[in-house]
Design a protein around this ligand. Structure first.
Ligand code: ZN
Length: 328
């Protein structure tokens, strides 16, 4: 909750404005409630288009949605609300709420540092904490993108390569491959295909894509011909079991690439900042105080302690029971 009216990435009773920072499911909770109860549901156009694919059509409820470009301001009851780009998945945004008396309240949403401009000089900055522990560092001295291209190109000589990841990141891998001039067909099931098409509508160039149910794609897969098949992480146990397989995951901290099966590797490609990136963001942003997002309870408390200890900025994890005692 930011200011008097705004709730971000969740439904909150009596908050007339809901902001959806991006289309990942852990940020769209209660969306149908928000569409019914809120005066405005704000998000970028790309996020709206992705949500329509991932959550199913929103139908007539779409009328409550107000799409907002990055850096454009809307006003609600005297508060100014602005979305700023977050480098995470297509359409991802940070949120800044400025009150009538000039108080600045920010929420980073999910982000990785490079490509994200900091919300500077906030009175209170809420920071994501996915990799908020000093154990979560990815300080490899290799270019993970180059490594990914190299691995896929090499394996394509033997036939089809399967790539597993989450929505948004799969499309990032597609873009990395196309930028590196890997021109083989990309095969994918319907939902991945539709998400990819939205990404193309919003400026990504993903080249030749084929639905896995089409005749041509079936032939490519059955005959194990050179193509890349993109599937959601949840399909890992059911498709491409005998092929070369690559999973892209942020939960890798020791090596950029790890072999986990005879023909299976994990590549450390993340769309979140690691611990050092989170600390650097806060250091650059210079907020007066920080709240670390502790939903899921993984590393919010650790990150808050480290921000206070290393940067001297008061920080607290929320939700937590003792916040009133500390901030009041
Ligand atoms: Zn996310």
């Amino acid at each position: 909750m930011l200011g008097n009216s705004v709730a971000c990435d969740g439904y909150e009773e009596n908050r007339p404005v809901r902001v959806v920072t991006h289309a990942h499911a852990d940020h769209t909770g209660g969306l149908r409630w928000s569409l019914r109860e809120c005066r405005k549901v704000l998000m970028t156009e790309a996020t709206r288009d992705l949500i329509e694919v991932l959550e199913g059509p929103l139908g007539t409820r779409l009328k409550n949605i107000e799409t907002l470009e990055y850096e454009k301001r809307v006003q609600f009851n005297g508060e100014k609300i602005t979305l700023h780009k977050a480098e995470h998945i297509l359409g991802a945004a940070q949120v800044l709420v400025e009150s009538e008396d000039g108080e600045r309240l920010g929420w980073t949403g999910d982000f990785k540092l490079s490509g994200t401009t900091t919300l500077s000089d906030c009175d209170t900055l809420v920071v994501e904490s996915t990799y908020g522990s000093p154990m979560c560092r990815r300080s490899f001295d290799v270019d993970v993108r180059k490594l990914l291209v190299h691995m896929i190109e090499g394996r394509l000589k033997a036939g089809t390569v399967y790539v597993f990841g989450y929505y948004g990141k799969l499309q990032e891998v597609m873009q990395i491959l196309r930028d590196a001039e890997v021109e083989v067909p990309f095969v994918m099931p319907e939902k991945v295909y539709r998400v990819s098409k939205v990404c193309e509508q919003h400026g990504m160039r993903l080249g030749c894509m084929t639905l896995s149910t089409e005749k041509e794609a079936k032939m490519l897969l059955e005959e194990d011909l050179p193509c890349v098949a993109f599937y959601h992480m949840n399909s890992r146990g059911s498709v491409g079991l005998n092929n070369e397989r690559i999973c892209v995951s942020g939960w890798e901290f020791h090596k950029p690439c790890r072999r986990i099966g005879e023909k299976e590797h994990i590549i450390a490609l993340s769309d979140h900042s690691d611990f050092d990136g989170l600390m650097e963001y806060v250091q650059q942003a210079k907020p007066k105080r920080v709240v670390t997002d502790n939903h899921g309870g993984r590393h919010g408390e650790t990150l808050a302690k480290e921000i206070t200890r290393r940067l001297g900025i008061p920080a607290l994890a929320m939700p937590c029971k003792s916040y009133q005692a500390i901030f009041s």
